[in-house]
Write a protein that binds this ligand. Structure first.
Ligand code: CAA
Length: 256
């Protein structure tokens, strides 16, 4: 794992865990921290011992967004040269499932980071929001796109225009998160444990196909899905899964 100042990582069984660790600043995401999150994800993505990645906050919150102090002096040219959001794009290329467990504030870039994950579970007291408008700017790491694709334009615009904070229950009702849970840590780890026993190649190709559904036409998406389906017939897990069904036993996937 590359050097880390603002995140903590560990591998437990087949789960790669990443914890944000800049608690004195509500895990505000400076560029180094974003780079560390991305590098940790990529390291777990390449590690064959890992099936699923878990991302959680630490201290009082998941994350209060991009580091405002770091952005204060930015200019269009400095942004163009640094291209801070290029690192965020790398999260979209992670092939394994990423589960986010969030609590406290999930604001701005913190909300965008959660939305870049695949499953989101939240503590009941979590507050989500895009406060960027109150800073004279707007979300820049996918917030306007992902929220709009998720809940539709008019509903997304109300949150984006006002910068109001959304309660966890509301986020669940709108389908932005999977579930509100009183014990985020336990819920996230239980789900990660379940997924880590699923066939890993099927998980990645399911994620890949679902991602395509967001961008492609139905017909192109279906063709992509079909190719992924056919590809899975090259895996030992396909033989194991189908044989286990016919032998009326539980399959054991990911056998080395
Ligand atoms: N960037 C930098 N520092 C931050 C920060 C951020 N996003 N959020 C909190 N902090 C720092 C505060 O400056 C403060 O530092 P000091 O102790 O050195 O003064 C420390 O964290 C604690 O914060 P507060 O004293 O403000 O704590 P609070 O409990 O009163 O409020 C909060 C908590 C509601 C999260 C508040 O800090 C806040 O509103 N933060 C900013 C949220 C925000 O606007 N996020 C959007 C950022 S822009 C963005 O994300 C763009 C993008 O699309 C990528």
């Amino acid at each position: 794992m590359p050097t880390q100042q603002y995140v903590k990582t560990e591998m437990v069984d087949r789960i790669g865990r990443i914890r944000l660790d800049r608690t004195a600043r509500y895990n505000a995401l400076n560029r180094t921290m974003v780079r560390e999150i991305v590098e940790a994800m990529e390291t777990f993505d390449r590690d064959e011992r890992v099936t699923v990645i878990v991302l959680t906050g630490n201290g009082k919150s998941f994350s209060a967004g991009a580091d405002i102090e770091e952005m204060l002096e930015a200019t269009p040219i400095s942004m163009e040269l640094l291209d801070p959001f290029a690192d965020w794009d790398r999260i979209s290329r992670i092939k394994k499932p990423i589960i986010a467990g969030v609590h406290g504030f999930v604001l701005g870039g913190g909300f965008e980071l959660a939305l870049a994950c695949d499953l989101i579970y939240a503590d009941p007291a979590t507050q989500f929001g895009f406060p960027e408008v109150g800073l004279g700017v707007m979300p820049g790491a996918g917030g306007t796109q992902r929220l709009t694709k998720c809940i539709g334009r008019t509903r997304a615009l109300e949150w984006l225009f006002t910068g109001d904070r959304m309660k966890a229950e509301e986020a669940e009702r709108l389908g932005i998160i999977n579930r509100v849970t009183a014990d985020v840590e336990a819920t996230v780890l239980a789900m990660a444990e379940r997924l880590s026993n699923q066939p890993s190649m099927a998980l990645r190709l399911i994620k890949d196909a679902a991602n395509k559904a967001v961008d492609l036409s139905l017909q192109d998406g279906m063709e992509h899905e079909r190719r992924n389906f056919y590809l899975l017939f090259a895996t030992a897990d396909q033989t194991e899964g189908m044989q286990a069904f016919l032998e009326k036993r539980s399959p054991i996937f990911n056998q080395q």
